[in-house]
Design a protein around this ligand. Structure first.
Ligand SMILES: *Cc1c(COP(=O)(O)O)cnc(C)c1O
Length: 380
């Protein structure tokens, strides 16, 4: 091994790293966060393992059992497996639904707030996605029922924590409709899954994320609020039968089968999820969710108090705002000059802040003072 050839690479690598935005200093719009040290350690330790061949690595099976027990406590079902995130989970959910669709039409219905990965899933699967207009509100169950009657879809997708505004669709009521008309209901709780149950339990929001009657599958991500290195998601099913419909033969591996979309997948993803739950438990997420909810409300109040800005009261932990005169692109560009990165919220013609575990009062102060500068408010 010629170590001298490594040194120049290290030099470049470190320079590139130093030019990468850091979550705690700069990132306010992305659903990614700085992974927790324990999650990173577990991920690295198990990075040689392959989840698609779990029989070869028995300790992974032990971890999977324990992680699924946590899922059962949180959502009421512990039947499922680790995925690369909600994009994979959403594709798999619709694949499963269509495999079981019987004589139903090729339509999927969803509120227009649904994540783009569901559009992608339908492009890949060749289904037709019909969107129910919501005007940036949780979907009206009555509209869902009308669409079900009219189009006889093979699946309904709703969201617990929409990407732009953090809205929670009414899972219990849509579940009742799915059950009555015997339609597959998938709940996309990618971002909200680790937040909503704790806000609900404290009475801060009206909707929970749970396997209510009629829910067939649920997707939750751990590489978002869960602070596990990506890729780390889970798909859950209401029964083993449904889960089986998402599995395929793979005769050359020890288990002989393989569930989900991907082949080889990093066992570190599961180890990371396991380590976070085992070391910090549900109490950590309970505390973080409440903290994030309060912080979102605080940011809302502070942004609203700046002349020219209008913020929308956050439904959960995502907050969108706009300026009366300045377009979103202009605001994003001026913030980026100050190394603050937010995302667009096209449905309200504004920009958005996603409160994540790396947020601090200092980061929020930096945002607020930058917005004052940008809008021409005199400082001090
Ligand atoms: C982030 C997100 C997705 C996509 O998940 P990935 O983990 O990026 O594949 C899907 N749906 C919702 C609601 C999301 O927030």
């Amino acid at each position: 091994m010629d170590y001298s050839s490594i040194v120049p690479v290290l030099r470049v690598l470190n320079r590139l790293y130093n030019n990468t935005p850091r979550h705690g200093e700069s990132i306010l719009g992305s659903m990614t966060t700085q992974p927790l040290p324990i999650a990173l350690y577990a991920f690295t330790l198990f990075s040689h393992t392959n989840l698609a061949d779990i029989e070869l690595f028995p300790p992974l099976k032990e971890m999977e059992v324990e992680v699924l027990e946590y899922m059962k406590r949180l959502y009421g079902s512990g039947v499922g497996y680790v995925t690369a995130g909600a994009t994979e989970s959403n594709i798999i959910a619709l694949y499963t639904a269509r495999t079981l669709r019987g004589g139903r039409s090729n339509y999927v219905i969803a509120p227009d707030t649904v994540h783009v990965s569901v559009d992608k899933a339908c492009i890949i699967l060749g289904c037709r996605l019909l969107k129910i207009e919501t005007r940036a509100r949780p979907v009206d169950p009555g509209r869902v029922e009308d669409y079900v009657k009219k189009y006889d879809p093979f699946a309904i997708v709703i969201t617990a924590g929409t990407t732009e505004l953090g809205l929670v669709d009414p899972i219990r009521e849509v579940g009742r409709i799915a059950d009555e008309y015997n339609v597959f209901l998938h709940v996309d709780a990618a971002y909200g899954g680790l937040i909503i149950p704790f806000l609900y339990e404290k009475g801060l929001i009206a909707e929970n994320t749970y396997f209510y009657k009629g829910v067939s599958s649920l997707a939750v991500d751990f590489h978002k609020f869960g602070s596990v290195p990506a890729p780390a998601g889970i798909i859950l099913f209401s029964s083993r039968e449904l889960m089986e419909a998402s599995c395929f033969d793979n005769p050359y591996t020890l288990s002989g089968r393989n569930c989900g979309l991907l082949g080889t997948r990093n066992g570190g993803s599961l180890a990371g999820i396991w380590a976070v739950f085992k070391s910090l438990g549900l109490d950590y997420f309970r505390e973080k969710a409440l903290w994030a909810f309060n912080l979102a409300t605080m940011i809302y109040e502070r942004v609203n108090s700046i002349e020219g800005f209008e913020a929308l009261k956050p439904a959960t932990t995502i907050l969108a705002f706009k300026h009366r005169l300045l377009p979103p692109e202009y605001i994003l560009a001026r913030l980026a000059e100050r190394r603050l990165y937010l995302y667009k919220a096209p449905s309200v013609n504004g920009v958005r802040v996603v409160v994540m575990p790396h947020f601090s009062e200092r980061l929020v102060d930096k945002l607020v003072s930058s917005l004052r500068e940008i809008s021409g408010v005199k400082i001090g």
